[in-house]
Design a protein around this ligand. Structure first.
Ligand SMILES: [Mg+2]
Length: 187
């Protein structure tokens, strides 16, 4: 199957990393918004924006636990991977850093990487995404596709019946999915 993978919040732990980078004491597990900068005071938010404009900051964002093993499991199960990653538009050079990291850390090649915001226009069988709105928009245009929300604190309250998964689910299922409904639609 064609598996579309979001990167930020799915394999790159960028939000906790920006909070740490500006010395924020916000408890990550309690974050309930995708707009993490909006939780910071003005000074820290400005610091964060400055860092997010630096390609070098993005080059050091940690991987989410299990991400490499999870992507490997998807490949081993025979799926085609397509990265769909939306650039941080204020960071000149972001695309080069992101491409290099996907190629190095996930052994991806150039043909597996799409960069841009309108992910919902990419066809595929499965989308793994942390952003609820993106998942819903993609599902609306991919009627036979299976959207999966990657578990993050800010999508905990999602009420749209999109299954929530993390890499341990993918790894324990050997990268296989059972499309066809109900509880079985989880990997
Ligand atoms: Mg994301």
């Amino acid at each position: 199957m064609d598996v579309i993978l979001d990167a930020d919040g799915v394999v790159f732990e960028w939000m906790p990393h920006i909070l740490r980078s500006v010395g924020s004491s916000i408890d990550w597990a309690s974050v309930r918004t995708y707009d993490v900068l909006g939780l910071l005071d003005n000074w820290k938010a400005q610091q964060a924006r400055t860092l997010l404009a630096e390609p070098s900051w993005w080059s050091q964002v940690p991987l989410i636990y299990g991400a490499q093993q999870g992507v490997q499991a998807l490949r081993s199960a025979g799926h085609s991977i397509l990265w769909a990653t939306s650039p941080w538009i204020d960071c000149y050079g972001w695309e080069s850093v992101r491409r290099a990291r996907l190629m190095k850390e996930f052994e991806s090649n150039h043909d597996e990487i799409m960069m841009g915001a309108p992910k919902h226009r990419i066809m595929g069988d499965i989308l793994i995404e942390d952003n609820v709105e993106n998942a819903v928009r993609w599902a609306a245009r991919n009627e036979n596709g299976l959207p999966l929300l990657f578990i993050q604190p800010y999508n905990e309250g999602a009420t749209n019946r999109i299954p929530r998964i993390d890499w341990s689910d993918v790894i324990s299922a050997g990268g296989r999915f059972h499309i066809g409904g109900g509880e079985n639609s989880r990997p």
